[in-house]
Design a protein around this ligand. Structure first.
Ligand code: BGC
Length: 416
């Protein structure tokens, strides 16, 4: 299976590597925003650039979380054909910056005052050695639950606030013959749930020690075993056809009332909005039970690859467009995320967006803001991918919780 995926990917990568350079006046943008909600958000950016006479050459690489996009990117750069701009997460930006591949955005950042408006948690990744190398377009977070309101009302289920209440709610849905949890069995989706489950099980100190500090004792602890046990509980509430399902199809199950809950980052909200659904009326958004005070975040940023000595005018236009306050509002309202600037009003946002902005500010103030391990903001890709393998093998029943814990310790050690 793994070999097959590898082969398909490398064939795709070779094809992508031979794609043509962007024409002068165009930006070529490599990204993984291919679902309905994501495409709607991308259109906001395309239109903004078109209004400035900058053409858009689209280079979409499907695959949530961006793993496949990063494989294609590596092939493109190796072939000497880097795209103009690339959607990127956390430590991937740092890795590429260290390779010297990214353009220096300091002139634009200084002229536009980015230092004053982008929170430090994002600047950690937007900058390398004091140099701006990426423009952050948003802040997402992974510890959310998306629920179908009619299903919950019909079954008399109140919004669960603790793990035990969540289990009782899932049980009630299952007993009524419905799917409790809409999920797609892909490693990055399993890991996205694990972000929330680990935070809920062990709390913020545990999360940081395990995923940021990579402390072997904490990775191998009883609390980690309990987190895996809870993943097995969730697994028992997923339908039989979950394997390989894309995340947006899982969102559709909740949207259509075929399932009660999805545990997913707030890009899921983009799907609900794109389907014409309203928060509070058709669907509910709330923090994963037990993580009400925490935010596990990831930020989509655009890194501009060096094309010559200076940043091209098209690249500059893209960076400026991304960082404009009006754009940050318009884009994030559609995407499901919240602005990457602290000075954007929440006026245009729906109830979930307003809550997202409030939660982010509060978590940042109280020291409860943590990088998402599943989305490249807690540790580098090598470690992240090693964790994916263990989490997904456990979710699919290849490991029991005890084995998963010891495999996690070993995998993380080898990956560093
Ligand atoms: C990105 C989101 C994207 C999601 C699903 C995340 O890693 O940050 O922008 O919508 O993956 O593809």
């Amino acid at each position: 299976m793994r070999l097959k995926i590898g082969k398909t990917l490398s064939a795709f990568a070779i094809l992508a590597a031979s794609a043509s350079y962007a024409h002068a006046g165009d930006v070529e943008v490599l990204h993984w925003w291919t679902s309905g909600g994501e495409a709607a958000a991308l259109t906001v950016l395309k239109k903004d650039l078109e209004s400035q006479n900058v053409g858009w050459q689209d280079m979409p690489v499907a695959g949530g979380g961006g793993t496949q996009a990063m494989t294609v990117l590596r092939a493109r750069v190796t072939a000497g054909n880097a795209p103009t701009a690339v959607q990127m997460l956390g430590f991937d930006i740092t890795d590429w910056a260290k390779e010297g591949a990214l353009a220096n955005l300091n002139d634009i950042a200084t002229a536009e005052g980015w230092d004053d408006v982008v929170p430090a948690a994002l600047q950690k990744f937007s900058k390398n050695d004091g140099q701006w190398v990426a423009a952050p377009v948003n802040v997402h977070s992974t510890n959310w639950v998306w629920a179908n309101k009619a299903v919950l009302d019909e079954l008399g289920i109140a919004q669960p606030k603790t793990w035990d209440e969540l289990v009782a709610a899932m049980e009630k849905v299952k007993a009524a013959g419905k799917t409790a949890v809409a999920h797609g069995g892909q490693a990055w989706q399993d890991a996205t749930i694990f972000d929330a489950v680990a935070m809920s099980t062990g709390g913020p100190d545990f999360y940081k020690a395990a995923f940021v500090d990579l402390d072997p004792e904490v990775l191998g602890s009883d609390t980690m075993k309990e987190a895996f046990d809870r993943m097995s509980v969730i697994r028992s509430y997923v339908d039989d056809n979950f394997s390989g399902r894309d995340w947006n199809l899982a969102s559709a199950m909740v949207i259509n009332g075929d399932a009660a809950f999805q545990f997913m980052g707030d890009w899921a909200k983009g799907e609900f909005i794109n389907a014409g659904k309203e928060p509070g009326k058709d669907f509910l958004c709330f923090r994963f039970p037990g993580t009400q005070d925490q935010v596990t975040f990831n930020s989509d940023q655009f890194a501009l690859f060096k094309q010559g000595d200076a940043v091209s005018s098209e690249q500059g236009a893209l960076a400026k467009a991304i960082m404009s306050p009006a754009f940050q509002s318009a884009f994030n309202v559609v995407k499901g995320s919240v602005p990457a600037r602290v000075d954007v009003s929440d006026e245009a946002f729906d109830a979930c967006g307003k809550q997202g902005m409030k939660d982010l500010a509060a978590a940042s103030k109280s020291g409860n803001l943590y990088g998402s391990a599943a989305h490249g903001h807690a540790n580098p890709a090598s470690v992240k991918n090693a964790m994916y393998d263990v989490i997904t093998a456990h979710f699919n029943g290849e490991y029991d919780s005890e084995t998963a814990v010891s495999e996690l310790v070993t995998a993380v050690e080898i990956a560093q």
